[in-house]
Write a protein that binds this ligand. Structure first.
Ligand code: BJW
Length: 230
């Protein structure tokens, strides 16, 4: 790719971009959904049924963040933003590796591990210690429960207005390290195609939506993304 050909770029990232930083994906061999049933930890019903279990699942993942660093793929996307100002990174990941790499135009459509939110008002709080089923907000009297600021199945993803606005204008769409099994993210390529954008998939393997892309880069994101955006 010669980035000079494109002026409005949208990048969708999934768990695969953080895999080489040491963060587990969901659906690969050894992924998170092999150790936990998603119905037990990633639905609103699970949180109502067993908040302690759900908080523990996210506490463990949050505790990993200081031990991992952005890899060459995250860094290359931050460089791309510097080179082509109108670059938006939409991440499904709840880690903070894109911002630590230097990306600023970023939407965390499935939330952020580093934040909790009041179940009543939606006010956000930065998480500084592990949450448990007794963790309470300070925005209400009487106080309400705090939940992880993540988007579970059946909930509305975040930043959709900004996302669809960017997709409606992009001339290049790149999907990196996502299996294409979770909507609406898996449908973003259709939006980009309908705008006439060129669509590139970077993935170590075949995905559910590979056939939709005009161009494929097969291999680890830390190798393929720097090659693609240089
Ligand atoms: C590498 C690599 C390397 C590895 N280099 N590559 C029926 C039909 C259609 C839709 C639905 C349906 N029934 C229900 C729905 C909706 C539902 C859904 O999609 N369900 C499907 C299971 C069918 N979606 C929702 O409920 C969403 N909300 C919603 O739809 O609201 C209504 C709405 C309507 C209309 C418009 C808009 C909205 C919410 C989805 C919430 C997802 N939440 C989770 C967990 C929370 C956050 C967390 O705990 O982290 O988000 S699920 C989990 O999957 C997580 C991820 O963000 C998400 C996507 O996973 P991802 O990133 O693709 O990871 P993997 O593991 O699947 O794939 C990794 C990929 O990387 C693989 O391809 C590897 O090959 C590759 N890879 N190493 C390059 N080194």
């Amino acid at each position: 790719m010669s980035q000079g050909h494109y002026s409005r770029i949208v990048v969708l990232t999934g768990a695969g971009i953080s895999a080489e930083s040491g963060i587990k994906t969901f659906r690969d061999n050894g992924g998170l959904w092999e150790q936990h049933r998603l119905e037990d930890v990633a639905t609103p019903e699970a949180f109502l049924r067993d908040p302690a279990l759900v908080q523990r699942f996210y506490n463990e993942r949050r505790a990993q963040l200081p031990e991992v660093s952005p890899n060459a793929a995250h860094l290359a996307l931050a460089e791309l933003e510097k080179a082509v100002g109108a670059t938006l990174v939409i991440t499904q990941n709840i880690d903070d590796l894109h911002e630590r790499a230097g990306s600023h135009h970023l939407v965390h459509m499935h939330g952020e591990l580093s934040k909790a939110r009041c179940v009543k008002t939606g006010q956000l709080f930065r998480v500084t210690e592990p949450l448990d089923e007794h963790s309470l907000c300070t925005c209400c009297v009487p106080a309400n429960a705090l939940r992880p600021h993540v988007v579970w199945f059946g909930e509305m993803p975040l930043g959709l207005d900004r996302i669809f606005h960017a997709l409606a204008q992009c001339d290049l769409f790149i999907a990196i390290g996502t299996s294409g099994q979770v909507y609406p993210a898996a449908g973003f390529v259709d939006e980009a195609l309908s705008q006439g954008a060129h669509c590139i998939e970077v993935n170590a393997d075949h995905s559910e939506i590979s056939h939709k892309f005009q161009e494929h880069r097969r291999g680890p994101a830390s190798v393929e993304v720097p090659k693609l955006v240089k």
